[in-house]
Design a protein around this ligand. Structure first.
Ligand SMILES: [Zn+2]
Length: 328
């Protein structure tokens, strides 16, 4: 099959063996795959990975071969990204996303930037007709955004600040908004802020202005009770720590550039909680996309073919781009 393989010499389109269909697995013909922050970090050598490796974990396609009558050939699907061992304490206690020896698509095992991928059927989610393959590539990051909302235990009409206007930030802001929170989105990328406006987000705050007072003035001078840090940077976390209300919560998302310095005295004296999320609520993500509650198409800045893979990765580093998809 045709694949986009990351080698020590960079990305190369190659002919690699089509993955064999193991018992309990489903072979999927990949239709579209998004380039995520993690893919970019591996490509740049910032995240260690065993090369050669096929990148990509945000994808959608159709079932190509299956031995399970529940999963018919031609059905549109997307999948979860962590293949757990089913044997450790976490797997036996309904926390398989924390599995001690899980393999993650496109990071520790081959991913979806190829014509085909084989996935355990328990990780496969069917997509309804309303969700095309490009939209389907947003299910995984949206699922994590929804789980972040759930774990943040925010009450409707509470003020939430989302820091970062990339794909993760725009999804987080839309999810908290859809569930009734009063959302402020903070960023400094003019193109991304433009996309946020097109999506329909209301309180967009440009970091180049007096952003701190804007946010304090709208929260009785105390700051937002929840801050979602979606830039993955040390600066983003520092901003979150500065602005979050006493007894507030900071949610971290995505693969951060870390390790970060955090003064525990600051957390204790202001009773601040920090949490991260790696689990996703896939069924809710699919439902929200099906009902059109989350706008994702405007976030796709450019689309490429698999043969243009190296070009696609270059394009994904440009500041005007929110998300790049490779269509196969
Ligand atoms: Zn396990």
């Amino acid at each position: 099959m045709k694949s986009l393989v990351l080698t020590r010499d960079g990305l190369q389109v190659a002919d690699t063996p089509t993955p064999p269909l193991m018992p309990g697995y489903i072979r999927i013909e990949v239709r579209s795959v998004g380039i995520s922050r993690t893919d970019l970090r591996i490509w740049k050598g910032e995240v260690a990975a065993d090369l050669p490796l096929i990148l990509g974990h945000e994808f959608a396609g159709v079932i190509h071969e299956s031995s399970d009558p529940e999963y018919k050939v031609g059905t549109p699907v997307t999948t979860e990204v962590d293949i757990s061992d089913g044997a450790c304490w976490y797997c036996k206690n309904k926390k398989k996303h924390l599995c001690n020896s899980k393999k993650t698509l496109g990071i520790t095992t081959d991913g979806a930037m190829a014509e085909f991928i084989c996935i355990p059927s328990e990780l496969v989610h069917k997509l309804p007709d309303q969700i095309d393959s490009v939209t389907g590539t947003f299910v995984e990051p949206l699922a994590i955004a929804i789980e972040t909302y759930t774990r943040s235990t925010v009450n409707p009409e509470e003020t939430v600040l989302v820091i970062g206007t990339g794909k993760a930030g725009l999804l987080m802001a839309q999810v908290f908004d859809a569930f009734g929170a009063d959302v402020y989105l903070l960023g400094d990328n003019q193109w991304h802020l433009g996309v946020a406006k097109q999506i329909g987000l209301q309180n967009i705050v440009n970091r180049s202005g007096d952003w701190k007072n804007t946010i304090l003035n709208s929260t009785s001078g105390v700051g937002p009770s929840i801050v979602v840090e979606a830039t993955g940077t040390h600066g983003g976390l520092q901003t979150a720590l500065d602005i979050v209300r006493g007894d507030g919560t900071i949610a971290l998302t995505g693969r951060t550039e870390g390790p970060f310095d955090v003064d525990p005295r600051h957390l204790i004296s202001r009773e601040i909680s920090i949490f991260g999320t790696i689990r996703g609520d896939y069924e809710m993500a699919i439902m929200m996309l099906q009902k059109g509650r989350i706008e994702v198409k405007r976030m796709v800045s450019k689309e490429f073919t698999l043969e243009q893979g190296a070009q696609a990765f270059e394009a994904a580093t440009k500041p005007e781009v929110v998300k790049v998809n490779i269509n196969i």
